[in-house]
Design a protein around this ligand. Structure first.
Ligand SMILES: [Zn+2]
Length: 416
């Protein structure tokens, strides 16, 4: 079906949301990791209530739940749209001052509060597709927060359009806004029963038209090293220095392959993230990333083999590797319900955009939700250069994301 022309609200909402500081904090043990995330949660709940969504509320852990009730006679599966409220701890999100650069002409964009922050097509090739569009950036001293406030604004606008156009038929639409995604805890406290959705979509992807149905398998690894200490003056033939064992392991890692700095696409890597230690005890932390289970097994084998080899040179020391799963490739789950991604591709097409099915070298709330019983691919929100002062999004891309959400709601109703 064709919609009447929408009077979009996404940009206006977005420009408001980014002014609320919602930076999350990986060192905090609480949920939410920072209380200030609730300031945005409260605004979102109020806006939903004002639209007439009567069950909108935020729980004590800063999760926002709401339902746009079905207006269809059909039995339509409950679909959830999800975005996260926090911004990355990597870059300040305090006092964000967004700027709208109208009708972008392809020139460089200099951010006024730090003239060293310049956006060029050379550095941001995706800007080449934005000629004539309205680009939003921060002012040079903070990130923008399009990751993931673009997603919030798009979902809110889509709900607004559906409410104002009751002739558009849809099933129950569940809304979920999460805290702490950027620190890997976005879905820790989701109440799946309360959510009660059958399928979901995170609106947290980058480029216009992208539908991401694959992500990394992710594990962490810690190597605990117990060396042999002795008085340095009388250590000959006895001492085995844990710091040197650590160094030997690091030197044995592949340099030209299997590292973040030498891989892209679907290539896997082993990546040391922290070292800690003294003469007797040392610890090495890693993250392992791959798209297939077989590759993950191979990465584990490589790390274990390095330990065995190094241990031969330090025979009285103890090396122990502990692997821990972080998240898994959602494709495993999405393949069981191919319609979830197919409908998303169809919705992008109906929004007048060429859909591109692709993968993410990372994880999303959706990758974990997929294994918690809610198959959940990721759809573009239009955010670019996220976690940086040069982050940007275009108003037109956000509006195509709004259209995509509305079309998805329609497609699920149509096909039910
Ligand atoms: Zn995000």
């Amino acid at each position: 079906m064709n919609f009447p022309p929408f009077k979009y609200t996404a940009a206006e909402r977005f420009l408001h949301y980014v002014t609320i500081d919602t930076q999350s904090d990986p060192t905090s043990p609480t949920t939410p990791s920072t209380e200030k995330q609730k300031n945005l949660g409260k605004i979102l709940v109020q806006e939903l209530l004002d639209m007439g969504i009567s069950d909108a509320h935020m729980d004590e852990h800063c999760y926002v739940y709401a339902t746009l009730p079905s207006n269809s006679d059909k039995e339509v599966p409950v679909i959830c749209f999800c975005s996260h409220m926090d911004t990355s701890p990597d870059c300040s999100g305090e006092n964000v001052k967004p700027i709208v650069h109208k009708s972008y002409a392809g020139d460089k964009i200099v951010l006024p509060l730090d003239p060293a922050q310049v956006l060029t097509v050379a550095d941001h090739p995706a800007l080449a597709d934005q000629i004539g569009n309205d680009i939003i950036t921060a002012s040079g001293d903070t990130l923008l927060g399009a990751d993931n406030k673009a997603g919030l604004a798009e979902i809110m606008d889509a709900v607004y359009q559906l409410i104002n156009h009751p002739e558009i038929k849809h099933g129950d639409i569940r809304i979920l806004f999460t805290p702490d995604e950027e620190i890997g805890r976005g879905v820790d406290k989701v109440d799946m029963k309360k959510l009660g959705a059958k399928f979901g979509y995170t609106m947290d992807g980058e480029t216009l038209g992208h539908v991401e149905d694959e992500n990394f398998n992710a594990k962490s690894a810690v190597i605990n090293i117990t060396g042999v200490s002795a008085h340095p003056g009388f250590a000959k033939g006895k001492m085995e220095n844990a710091i040197k064992i650590q160094q030997a392991i690091l030197q044995a890692l592949p340099i030209h392959t299997l590292s973040p700095e030498t891989t892209d696409g679907k290539q896997p890597f082993i990546h040391p993230t922290a070292v800690k230690g003294n003469l007797e005890n040392a610890e090495l932390s890693f993250i392992l990333r791959s798209f297939t289970r077989e590759e993950m097994d191979r990465l584990e084998d490589i790390l274990e083999a390095i330990c065995v080899r190094v241990n031969k040179d330090f025979p009285n020391s103890k090396l122990e590797v502990i692997f821990k799963e972080q998240y898994r490739n959602m494709k495993e789950k999405l393949d069981e319900f191919p319609q979830v991604v197919d409908y998303a591709m169809e919705a992008v097409t109906r929004a007048g955009v060429t859909p591109i099915r692709t993968s993410i070298r990372g994880g999303t709330d959706g990758s974990r939700l997929s294994f918690m019983g809610l198959p959940c691919p990721n759809i573009f929100a239009g955010e670019h250069a996220f976690h940086s002062k040069q982050e940007w999004v275009s108003i037109q891309d956000m509006e195509r994301a709004v259209d995509t959400i509305v079309h998805l709601a329609v497609i699920w109703e149509e096909k039910s």
